[in-house]
Design a protein around this ligand. Structure first.
Ligand code: NAD
Length: 307
C-alpha cells in the first residue's frame, strides 16, 4: 500500500516508516522538520518537507500521489508549550489535522491512523489502569487538541465513512527520541548520564507513567492497517513506573556516578498514569513484548553509540 506518514522525521513516526517499508509498503514521509530530523527519514521513503498547516502545499502532495493510508504522527507534542501557547498548539494539532482529514476524504484514503495520547487525554485518573471507557478530562491544551481530533475522526467516520484507528500511547521511549526537549524523561536522563551531567527529577519523583517501548508502539501501527473497523485503543504496558525508578535503572545501566537530585515540581504535572491494553490485545492480538529493563538497555545502547 501507499502510506503517508506525517511526522515521519520524528521519533515514533520514523520507526513507523521503517516498519511499513520492511512490510513491503511504499512510504511517503511528510514533516516540516520543526523537531524532527532528515537523518531519521528512511532513504527508501519519498520525503516532503511541508507544514501540515499549509493546506495548499498539502493538497499538491495528495494530488500528485495515490495515498491509500494516512498515518498521522506530526504534532506539536510538548505539553508545556501547549500551556504557554494554546493557539499555536491548536493551529498545528487541530487545524493541521483537519487539513489532512479533508484531503483524506477528497482523495478517498482507505484508513486514517492517528497518534493520540493515553496520558494527557484522561487527565488525573480515577481508576487504574485506565481503559478506553475512562472519563476524558484533559488538563492541558495538548490533551484537549488530541481529544478534539479523536472527536473529528468520529464525525468523519460516522458522517463521511472514513475508517480510522486512534492509538492512545502511554510514554513511548526508545532510540531517536529527542533528549533536548521537555518531554521524554528516559532519553533526557540517559543522555545526561552518559555525558556525566546531573539529571534533575522534578518534584519527589513519585509521579508514575506507563512506559512503552517504541518497537511495541510501532507494531500497533502495523496491526492497525488490518483493523476491520474504526476504533480507539490504548497502547501501554499496563505497568506503572515512577521517575525515581527510571533514574535508578538508568544509573545502573550507564554506571553514572550521579546521585538523585530533585528540583521543583512542574505545575500541573499528572501524578499517576497507567493504561490497560486489554482491548487491543483481545481485538488485534497486540501486547507489549519489550519490558522496561530491556527497553532501557536498548535505549542506552543507542545513545552511547551516537556519542
Ligand atoms: P516528535 O517531535 O519526535 O515527532 C513529531 C514530528 O512532527 C517531528 O518530526 C516534527 O518535525 C513534526 N511536526 C511538528 N509540527 C509539524 C507541522 N506543523 N507540520 C509537519 N510536521 C510537523 O515526537 P514523537 O514523540 O515522535 O511523537 C509523535 C506523535 O505521537 C505526536 O503526535 C505525539 O503527540 C504522539 N504521542 C507521543 C508520545 C510519546 O511518548 N512520545 C505519547 C503520546 C502521543
Amino acid at each position: 500500500m501507499n502510506i503517508l506518514v506525517t511526522g515521519g522525521a520524528g521519533f515514533i513516526g520514523s520507526h513507523v516508516a521503517d516498519a511499513y517499508l520492511s512490510a513491503g509498503h511504499s512510504v511517503l514521509v511528510l514533516d516540516d522538520l520543526s523537531s524532527g530530523s532528515k537523518e531519521n527519514v528512511p532513504s527508501e521513503a519519498k520525503f516532503f518537507q511541508v507544514d501540515i498547516r499549509d493546506d495548499e502545499t498539502l493538497a499538491q502532495v495528495f494530488g500528485g500521489q495515490r495515498i491509500e493510508i494516512v498515518n498521522h504522527h506530526a504534532a506539536q507534542m510538548d505539553v508545556r508549550k501547549s500551556v504557554d501557547d494554546p493557539v499555536f498548539d491548536a493551529s498545528v494539532n487541530i487545524v493541521g489535522s483537519l487539513n489532512l482529514l479533508e484531503l483524506s476524504l477528497k482523495h478517498r484514503v482507505r484508513k486514517f491512523i492517528f497518534a493520540s495520547t493515553g496520558g494527557a487525554i484522561y487527565g488525573e485518573q480515577e481508576s487504574f489502569p485506565a481503559d478506553e471507557q475512562h472519563p476524558l478530562r484533559p488538563l492541558s491544551p495538548y490533551g484537549i487538541t488530541k481529544l478534539a481530533v479523536e472527536q473529528y475522526l468520529y464525525y468523519y467516520g460516522q458522517v463521511h465513512g472514513l475508517s480510522y484507528v486512534c492509538l492512545r500511547y502511554g510514554n513511548v521511549y526508545g532510540p531517536r527520541q529527542n533528549p533536548y526537549g521537555e518531554a521524554g524523561v528516559v532519553s533526557i536522563f540517559a543522555d545526561k548520564m552518559l555525558k556525566l551531567e546531573q539529571p534533575i527529577i522534578h518534584g519527589d519523583g513519585n509521579q508514575t507513567r506507563d512506559y512503552v517501548y517504541v518497537d511495541d508502539a510501532v507494531r500497533a501501527n502495523v496491526l492497525s492497517l488490518e483493523c476491520p473497523h474504526s476504533d480507539v485503543f490504548n497502547i501501554g504496558s499496563g505497568v506503572e513506573t515512577d521517575v525515581n525508578i527510571i533514574f535508578q535503572k538508568l544509573k545502573s545501566i550507564t554506571n553514572a556516578p550521579c546521585a538523585e537530585k530533585h528540583g521543583p515540581r512542574k505545575k500541573g504535572e499528572q501524578l499517576r498514569s497507567v493504561l490497560s491494553y486489554r482491548k487491543i490485545c483481545s481485538m488485534l492480538g497486540w501486547s507489549p513484548q519489550v519490558n522496561i529493563d530491556e527497553g532501557l538497555r536498548r535505549t542506552v545502547a543507542f545513545f552511547s553509540q551516537k556519542r
